[in-house]
Each structure stands twice: as structure tokens, then as C-alpha cells.
Design a protein around this ligand. Structure first.
Ligand code: URA
Length: 230
């Protein structure tokens, strides 16, 4: 198991690697920045949104627009700040016109998210809306059915409490949804107070035995064998 400072250094390396990413040519051509994610590198709570919008693309930081302000307000209501958590998106680059992420783009980008989860080691992963929830549950069930229900899930090598809630952008203009989001959000401190999910045994490191060198008999010996001279 790596130390917090080793994980932090590796997270920085993944950040630098992501900055030159061209796996999605359309997104790479249209972006101003790659919005890697921000917050506490060793946070117990990680939020996973959808994709950067125009403000995030300009500033290089997730959730800095209106939805971000709502996220900050809700965090404040539970006594937390952005500095206590880590915030990322499923896509690190802004889709043109804020269209939905395409399946191929999610596929191209997901390794960054899985690495972030592995290196930050959060206890609770709070998915905001459908895209993050479907990706991290590897299941098409939507947020309307799942919001507010925490479940233990194995994501890559780590077991986490996955907690889907509505996306703040969806709640901005719908007061009834905002109330549900707020109720769900206020359960986060209780989830964080639970013991961290037990981690699976690390995969045993299989040390491959080198193939034994084939024994090539001396030429004379072959000759002798053929002659039956033993
Ligand atoms: N801003 C983000 O960074 N992500 C979203 O999903 C929405 C707004």
C-alpha cells in the first residue's frame, strides 16, 4: 500500500499526463483546459459530476458555475468546504455546446477517473446525476430510482460507499428536486462517519517462474543416442 504522499505524487503525474490528452479529437480541439478535478488529494469524500461547462473550461476547475455555487452552499450546510473533498467529472473536457457526453468519450476518459479513485482512496463516492452513477455502477439504472441510497461497490481495486444523488444543475430550477437533493446531501455526514468499507485482499503478486532452459544435448550425445550406444 502506498503512503498518502506517494499517492499524491502519482496523482500529480496523472494530472500532467491528462493535460495533453487527445483521445477525443473533437473535445481536444475545442477545449481551453483539461479540467482534471480539484480538492484534497486524500479526501474521504469524492464527488463525480458529468463534464465541464463553459466556466469550468475557462478556469480549469470543476463546478465553478451556478451548479458549483449550489454544491458549495450544500457543502456549507453540512459544515464542509471544497478543500475537504475532491471534485471531478466523468469527462475532463467540455463537450461542444454542453451536449451530453458520448459513450466513446466516456470510454476514452474513464481511466483517468478510475486512477483518481485509486489514488485518492475516498470512503464515500457521491455521484452527481446519471452519467457518473451509470458509469460507476456499470449499470443503466437511472438516478431517479437510485438517489439517496448508499451501497458498497467495488470500483477497480477499491471498495467504496457509492452514494448517487441528483445533479445540482438539474435541481437549480426545480424546487422539488432541490429539496430532495438537499435531504440526500444532508445524509453525507452520517455516511462519512461509518467505518470505511473493508478492502478486498490485494491480488497476490504472481512471480512468473522463468521457463527452464531447454536442455540441448551435446551433438555427440545425440549421435550416441541415435546409435543406441548408452
Ligand atoms: N460543472 C462541472 O464541472 N460538472 C458538471 O457536471 C456540471 C457543471
Amino acid at each position: 500500500m502506498s503512503s498518502a504522499s506517494e499517492r499524491r505524487e502519482e496523482l500529480k503525474a496523472v494530472f500532467h499526463q491528462s493535460q495533453g490528452c487527445v483521445k477525443c479529437p473533437q473535445l481536444a480541439a475545442g477545449r481551453t483546459t483539461v479540467v482534471f478535478g480539484s480538492g484534497h488529494a486524500d479526501a474521504d469524500l469524492m464527488f463525480v459530476g458529468e463534464a465541464p461547462g463553459a466556466n469550468e473550461d475557462k478556469q480549469g476547475v470543476p463546478f465553478v458555475g451556478q451548479a458549483g455555487r449550489l454544491l458549495d452552499t450544500l457543502l456549507g450546510e453540512i459544515g464542509m468546504t471544497r478543500g475537504d473533498v475532491f471534485v471531478v467529472n466523468v469527462l475532463k473536457c467540455r463537450p461542444p455546446g454542453n451536449r451530453d457526453p458520448l459513450p466513446q468519450e466516456i470510454d476514452n476518459c474513464q481511466d483517468y477517473l478510475f486512477r483518481q479513485l485509486e489514488l485518492i482512496e475516498p470512503k464515500v463516492v457521491c455521484t452527481l446525476g446519471n452519467f457518473a452513477t451509470k458509469l460507476l455502477r456499470a449499470d443503466p439504472t437511472g438516478i431517479t430510482r437510485l438517489h439517496g441510497r448508499a451501497e458498497e461497490r467495488l470500483i477497480g481495486p477499491r471498495r467504496v460507499r457509492l452514494y448517487p444523488i441528483y445533479h445540482p444543475a438539474a435541481a437549480l430550477y426545480t424546487p422539488s428536486m432541490l429539496e430532495i437533493l438537499r435531504t440526500d446531501f444532508h445524509r453525507l455526514p452520517a455516511l462519512l462517519a461509518l467505518p470505511a468499507p473493508e478492502q478486498p485482499e490485494p491480488e497476490p503478486v504472481v512471480v512468473e517462474e522463468p521457463e527452464p532452459e531447454p536442455v540441448i544435448p551435446e551433438p555427440e550425445l545425440i549421435y550416441e543416442q541415435q546409435l543406441g550406444l548408452f
